[in-house]
Write a protein that binds this ligand. Sequence first.
Ligand SMILES: [Fe+2]
Length: 346
Amino acid sequence: MKLPHRDRIDLGPSPYDTFLEREAIPVVKGYFVEDLKDLEVKPWKRMGALGCYLNMGGQQETDAYVCEIPAGSQTLPQRHLYETLIYIVAGRGATTVWHDEKRKRTFEWGAGAIFAIPLNVSYQHFNVSNEPVKFLAGTNLPHLLNLFHNEDFIFRNPFEFSDRFDNDPDFFRKNERLTTRSWETNLVPDVNTFPLDEYPMKGKGVKIMRFGIAGTVYGCHIQEFPTGSRSLFHRHGPGAIVCVTQGTGYAMVWREEDKERTRFEIRPGSIYSPGDLMYHGHFNTGPTPMRHFAMRGRSPKYSQDRYRPTLHDMLPLDMEPPEVHKEYLAEIARNGIKEAVSIVQE
Ligand SMILES: [Fe+2]
């Protein structure tokens, strides 16, 4: 059955579009960024640092931004009623969070760390190194702003979610398994060394860990494709931000009605965001495992996905255009790499 895809209907600027314009920093559109480290960042008044937004796939539920904090500098204090997931791309620093000015809590991080800002706390990031800090953040600001269309409610809301952050001194040390392939934590020290679980439904050899971080409903996961392996294709709604953290290869996307498939060369720092109902797959062609950090959907504890018996909209290998896998095998052969495990069913 052919499913129609849903492109956005233009009804004029949304509350999020209007907000974005007033933020007055560059906005990256489209589906692919070659390397987020090369994106132009400009002075960002609200944040007191440099930044650019990523409003990829033209979607209105989640977004992302890249923020750069110069050496020895810090952001202005922030507080807001939307969730923020953060991946530290470069540099070393610390973040202070608080409900009460007199009871602040600080934790440290370095390149590769992943954490979330507890909902509606005040917070400030500090660069404690001699190099610029660069981080990628994913938020559900568009959803919240379009829902309430009132910036005072979003940015100056006094409600304290003490259930999400209770000023516990061990808050950022919490780390426990929820189920297979899912963890509850408040800080992942290094995206590239965190142990992952097998995820054969996505392709032989593929590994994953899905996270709930600091009580967020906004979901994220780390996925790994060992040397000589690839994923199957699947598709879902828009809004995923997939950032490569290790390895090299390519990603491929297409919509059902497209004659051509689009291929993106990927390396650490590459970001892609498949559009609504775009099939997408990940192909490791390099000599090391390939990993990515993806922000998408809901966290395991609050996800409707846990009630699903199967992954949504996976494309079995025998329904995939046959040249896709041939192209992959030819490419790894050229690189002197053997297919790790044959994904063709015997
Ligand atoms: Fe996906």
